[in-house]
Write a protein that binds this ligand. Sequence first.
Ligand SMILES: [Mn+2]
Length: 288
Amino acid sequence: MFDDFLDLEGSGGDHLIHVWPVPYQGTVSFDTGTKDGPEALFRASYQIEPYDPELDADISDYCSFKTLPFQRPVASGPGQMQQEMDVFLEKFDPSRDFFLTLGGEHSIAFPLIRFYSRAYPDLTVLQVDAHADLRTDFQGSPHSHACVMSRVRELGIKTVSLGIRSMDRDQAQIIKNSPAHIMAMHPWELPPPAQAAEAVKNFIGPGPVYITFDADGLDPSIMPGTGTPEPGGLEYTWINDFWKHFWPGPKLVGMDFCELAPRPGSVLSESVGVKCILRILLSYFRTI
Ligand SMILES: [Mn+2]
């Protein structure tokens, strides 16, 4: 049943997307159900139109989707989980294979980022998130979801953070002290999407980009299904306009969508999630 994201398997687009469900929930702050995120996104995807009337483009004209088996979660912590993901990724080529990884908690992004950084030394990570995720360690683990961007920084990768609005003073200081390596756009200072897209492209330069999209970057009014909701988040139209203006632009090597924790009795969060994923893919693949 869950083997056909968007119900488009075998569609005719030239660009192959590996859809990789990773229902791992090990270090989330509350037991919220991010392990149910991938299944909810699959279910919602069957109800979403592949055609985007604003862009007048249909994802099935550009992409074909191949769903990989659900990655089995491990109980021994995010470090072990990341190692198992590394082993799986060995079969793939980071310079050719495009992964759409569906979390699970945010720690699942790191193996993908490391995978792509091997092929692309000038990679930038574009993070949509409420949280800076710049802790050195959290709950006894350096691999926790709350540390993922620290680990990315240690690889020497530049980062762009859209929507971040929750951090401690130390993390705010790291951002202030690293203007050449971290570009943060807080919700209270966002320019219009077209202007923001130009600024981000100037910061990134000619290199490629990987997108890690934490659902809680969006405002909880449209994305209630997260374990750590933070008010004052990104608006749906802002972020989707941003992608529209971001391309033509940097090469997109892969992306993940994580931290979705579906709410019983509502399909709002997962429907918004699928729409956000589709807008990114369509905005990029229609321009290359
Ligand atoms: Mn977050």
